[in-house]
Write a protein that binds this ligand. Structure first.
Ligand SMILES: [Zn+2]
Length: 154
């Protein structure tokens, strides 16, 4: 391949938020649309895209080194970019959750487990970074692959 020259220029603004979501390829297009058009972030956000997304922060006992490394990435971005808003996103049929032992969870319902994890991650983050606002979302779809992204309450 020859050199590629994007039409877009490098951004010079400060990031407004940190978005943390799963690396699952199926979601990337709908998430970018949601973040840019739904939340009106206009591409002005840092991203952590890792398997299971923000669930990484809840693994203190099960995978402590993984949890520790995740915490370092969050701290680096929040402090380095002086971020005031975090957006944590979980999704239906997340392959990462298929790999986790069930005893880690208080519910057998997949969506409830993931929403509980989002709330746990928010508690962890707001205790460490009281200056940040943490918004939670869940991505679901129907049999025709029509997607809905809903805020997670609580
Ligand atoms: Zn996933």
């Amino acid at each position: 391949m020859d050199s590629y020259h994007p039409s877009a220029k490098l951004r010079s603004e400060h990031a407004d938020a940190l978005v943390v979501h799963c690396s699952d390829h199926r979601l990337q297009g709908v998430l970018q649309e949601f973040l840019n058009n739904g939340l009106k972030l206009s591409g002005n956000y840092d991203v952590l895209a890792i398997p299971g997304g923000p669930q990484c922060l809840t693994l203190v006992e099960y995978l402590p080194k993984f949890s520790w490394a995740s915490g370092k990435w969050f701290r680096f971005l929040i402090e380095k970019h002086d971020l005031k808003r975090l957006i944590l996103i979980a999704h239906q049929d997340c392959g990462w959750y298929h790999e986790l032992p069930f005893h880690l969870f208080g519910s057998t319902d997949p969506r409830t487990r993931q929403e509980d994890d989002l709330r746990r991650a928010r508690r962890t983050l707001t205790s460490q970074f009281p200056q940040v606002r943490v918004d939670l979302f869940y991505v679901a779809w129907d049999a025709d692959l029509r997607v809905v992204i809903e805020p997670v309450a609580g």
